[in-house]
Design a protein around this ligand. Structure first.
Ligand code: ADP
Ligand code: MG
Length: 282
């Protein structure tokens, strides 16, 4: 088996609560792996530990217990971050810099220089649809535009792994759709993506697998199709069935011990599934 893009083993993170003896467990014995090339969605209600888990993977927060690695390199080592791009939950940008200057600034932080950096910055602005805003200052950007510059920033050092914390938070539906399409584009280029989001519909469209965190624990994990399929139900799709035929089928089903419980799609959507499992585990 090839080395996973991300591996998290028995990860626990506790925070001290000021003036109290007990500690807050933000992440509880979390283990998961993201193979290279996959888009993995970490879902969970606010405060379930998504951002903390991501920050530990990126070496920005020290775990209480457990280990994390990126392409086999321990997150505590600086080299682990060489092939990673990160879009934080609330990215901070200098408002007086233009879009192009912002990318040049982040590029220089990654040790990129000269005309190669400039060409790369222009091509990234094009990728995220900001080529016409290259010389505009970020102070006048909408939330959607800021998220797109954040994506471009995360791509500046041609990462093999992109970590996106709530990439569509506060972005309108059209903007969210564009971000979703970008994620699919990155995936087609072979980039591994770890994203967390509460916008379940979009997660459903881009993620190969999801994990649901609740109170810091991973309560469900798998392919979306498998998770939301209702196992004891069978769907029969008929074209041009007459009412008489439907009545006959229903009668036969009853005789065979089955119950016709409705017409339509026998699947919960991801949103219903999410609410069901998080409520069940409260
Ligand atoms: N630096 C910190 N100090 C104390 N508590 C924190 C810190 N960061 C996160 N927490 C707590 O850890 C829990 C998980 O937070 P977080 O990982 O941000 O959740 P999510 O991203 O899923 O909304 C929350 O209860 C939050 O208040
Ligand atoms: Mg968060």
């Amino acid at each position: 088996m090839s080395t996973p893009a991300i591996s998290i083993r028995n990860l626990t993170k506790e925070f001290a609560i000021p003036f109290k003896k007990e500690r807050l467990v933000a992440v509880r014995n979390l283990s998961l792996e993201v193979p290279e090339g996959e888009v993995y969605g970490l879902l969970g209600p606010n405060g379930s530990g998504k951002s903390t888990a991501m920050k530990i993977v990126l070496g920005l927060v020290t775990p209480t217990e457990g280990t994390t690695a990126i392409f086999g390199c321990d997150s505590r080592r600086v080299e682990s971050r060489e092939q990673v791009g990160f879009l934080p939950e609330n990215p901070y940008f200098y408002k007086f810099l233009t879009a192009l200057e912002t990318l040049l600034f982040f590029g220089k932080l990654c040790d990129l220089r000269g005309s190669a950096l400039k060409d790369h910055a222009y091509s990234l602005l094009k990728t995220v649809g900001l080529e016409n805003a290259a010389d505009r200052r970020l102070g006048g950007f909408s939330k959607g535009m800021l998220q797109r510059i954040g994506m471009a920033q995360a791509l500046i050092q041609n990462p093999r792994l992109l970590v996106l914390d709530e990439p569509t938070a506060g972005v309108d539906p059209a903007g969210s759709r564009e971000i979703r399409d970008l994620i699919l584009q990155f995936k087609s280029q072979g980039i591994t993506v770890l994203l967390c989001s509460h916008l379940l519909g979009q997660v459903q469209e881009v993620c190969d697998r999801i994990g649901i965190l609740h109170h810091g624990s991973l309560i469900k994990e798998g392919r979306i199709e498998d998770l939301i399929t209702l196992e004891n139900q069978t769907q029969l799709v008929l074209e041009n069935a007459s009412p008489a035929l439907l009545a006959e089928l229903e009668k036969r089903a009853r005789e065979g011990g089955a119950t016709v419980i409705g017409e339509g799609r026998p699947k919960a959507d991801l949103e219903q599934f999410f609410l069901r499992v998080t409520q069940f585990n409260s």
